[in-house]
Every structure is written in C-alpha cells, then in structure tokens.
Design a protein around this ligand. Structure first.
Ligand code: AMP
Length: 286
C-alpha cells in the first residue's frame, strides 16, 4: 500500500491507473472505525484500485467548531487501511492541498441551507469544494459515502449530476454499534455520561420509526414527538429534530402526514457535552 501526500503525485498515478482500471475512492477525515471500513469494503467491490483520503478539511469547519480538537491518528489509520486491502492512502497537508492562492468555492444551492446548513453556515460549501478537488486528484470512477451524513450525500449526488462529473456516487447504509449509536470518529470525545445521553439518539430513531410503521396516518409532529420524548431522557441539547423529504431536505410542518411525503426521513442533530452528533432514518412505510 502506498501512502502519499502530494496532490500532484497522486493525480499522475491515479490517472495512469485509470487507463486500464476503475478507481474507487473513499474520502475520510481519518480516525477510522468500522463504518469507514465498510465503505472501503464496498469500494473494493466497485473498483480494481482502492484509494482512501485522510484529510481534516479546514474549509468545512466554522471558526468556533472543533477543527483543532478533531481526533487524528494517521499511523493507526494507515495500519487499518493496509489490513483492509487499500492500494493508496492520500494524506495531504492543508498547505499542499490549499496553497495560499486557492480561491474556488463550490455551492450547491437549496440543499445546503437546511438542517446542518442552518447551524453550520459555509460547512457544505467546504465539503463540496474539498470533494470536487479530491475527485479530480484521485481520478475517481466511484466515490463511496455513508448515509450517516445524509445531507452531505444528497449534496454531492446533486453536485455530481449538475456538473456532469464522470463518476458514480455510491451510498452506504449507517453502521451502528451494539447500543445502536451510529459509529463516528467524534464518539471517542464522549465522556461516560455523554455517551449514556448519546445512546438516547438511536432510541429516538427507533421510537419514531416504530410509530411510523404502526400508525397509518402518523403525522410529522407525532413522529417528532416520539423521538423528542426519548431525547429528553438524556442530557442533550437538540440542535434540530426534523422530518424532511429526501429529495429537497426542506423540513415539513407538523400537520403533514408521513404518507403524503415522498421518502420522508427523520434527521437529528444534538450536542452531548461539547460533542455534536448527527443521525437519521427513513420513515417510509413498509
Ligand atoms: P468522516 O471521516 O466522518 O468525514 O466520514 C467519512 C465517510 O464515512 C463519510 O462518507 C461518512 O458518511 C462515512 N461514515 C462515517 N460514519 C459512518 C457510519 N457510522 N456508517 C456509515 N458511514 C459512515
């Protein structure tokens, strides 16, 4: 397995690979867990060459967010990726990736303004910009993204379609630990008390999903109330708890019935202590 830091060197190499192989790419911010490894497994099924980037992208963090505090462990990540059968790890430095004269920003309008976009202005502009550049540098034919970051996935699918990017975006379902908590690099920042509270998030998801399954005329408000009741049992600060169609991600009013929404999905963002956690689930009728 190669570990390279220079965007130019990686681009030359992956363009060469692309002549007679498909490149499957998994972008990450490192501090890897089983969720990331599931994406790598899928990448290996899609491509003959598997490329993983490890880059904590400064462009997607706001001034008061956890860029400095974000966990980093390059050596361990590299060992995990070697064992997972990856061909190339791309781990650039911010200075090499964004030279001083870097001026471009990618904005996917509409989808970026709701849910996380509301509390994290500029976040998705940073995500779209880094991903477009990473797709170019790694000459990706396939790029694998987790549904854990559902809004990010929808934004990147839209960017790829709008800009006719020559690659396919492949979604991967959320990987959860036994408690139901979605795996996240940020979980390791949780104190034992925070973790107890955080485990209310999957219970909230379960409660809403169950109600949506059992009650034919379940409204958005009822699904949200079922989830809110679980969240209230933990020491959590709720950023948002919304139901939105997968297509637009615009939160629906509480009177609307789930059955009248095409592909309704519940979205949650909370803070447990100072750690921000997100999760989501489809509320489609079965
Ligand atoms: P991150 O390193 O947090 O930027 O995540 C890199 C990729 O891994 C993104 O596409 C995430 O959606 C995905 N990912 C992170 N956690 C999970 C999880 N628990 N299940 C599935 N995918 C995940």
């Amino acid at each position: 397995m190669l570990v390279l830091h220079s965007p130019q060197v990686v681009q030359e190499m992956t363009l060469r690979w692309r002549r007679d192989a498909k490149n499957a790419f998994v972008p990450t911010m490192g501090c890897l867990h089983e969720g990331h490894l599931k994406l790598v497994e899928t990448a290996r099924r899609f491509g003959q060459k598997t490329i993983v980037s490890i880059f904590v992208n400064p462009l997607q963090f706001g001034p008061n967010e956890d860029f400095e505090k974000y966990p980093r462990q390059l050596a361990t990540d590299v060992e995990m990726l070697e064992a997972a059968g990856v061909d190339l790890v791309f781990a650039p430095s911010p200075k090499d990736f964004y030279p001083a004269q870097f001026r471009t920003r990618i904005q996917v309008q509409g989808l970026s303004e709701h849910l996380c976009g509301k509390t994290r202005p500029g976040h998705f502009e940073g995500v779209a910009t880094v991903c477009l550049k990473l797709f170019e540098v790694t000459s990706a034919d396939f790029a694998i993204f987790g549904e854990k970051d559902f809004q990010q996935l929808r934004i990147l699918q839209t960017m790829a379609a709008d800009l006719n990017l020559p690659l396919a975006i492949v979604p991967e379902p959320i990987v959860r630990e036994e408690s139901g908590l979605a795996l996240s690099s940020r979980n390791r920042l949780l104190s034992p008390t925070d973790r107890n509270s955080a485990e209310r998030v999957p219970l909230a998801i379960k409660a809403a999903r169950q109600l949506a399954r059992e009650v034919e005329d379940c409204s958005v408000g009822e699904a949200i109330a079922a989830a809110a009741k679980e969240l209230a049992k933990g020491a959590l600060v709720v950023d948002y708890l919304s139901v939105a169609p997968e297509e637009t991600l615009i939160p629906e009013g509480s009177e609307k019935l789930l059955k009248d929404i095409a592909m309704p999905r519940l979205f949650i963002a909370v803070k447990a202590g100072s750690t921000r956690l997100i999760d989501n689930v489809s509320l489609r009728g079965i």
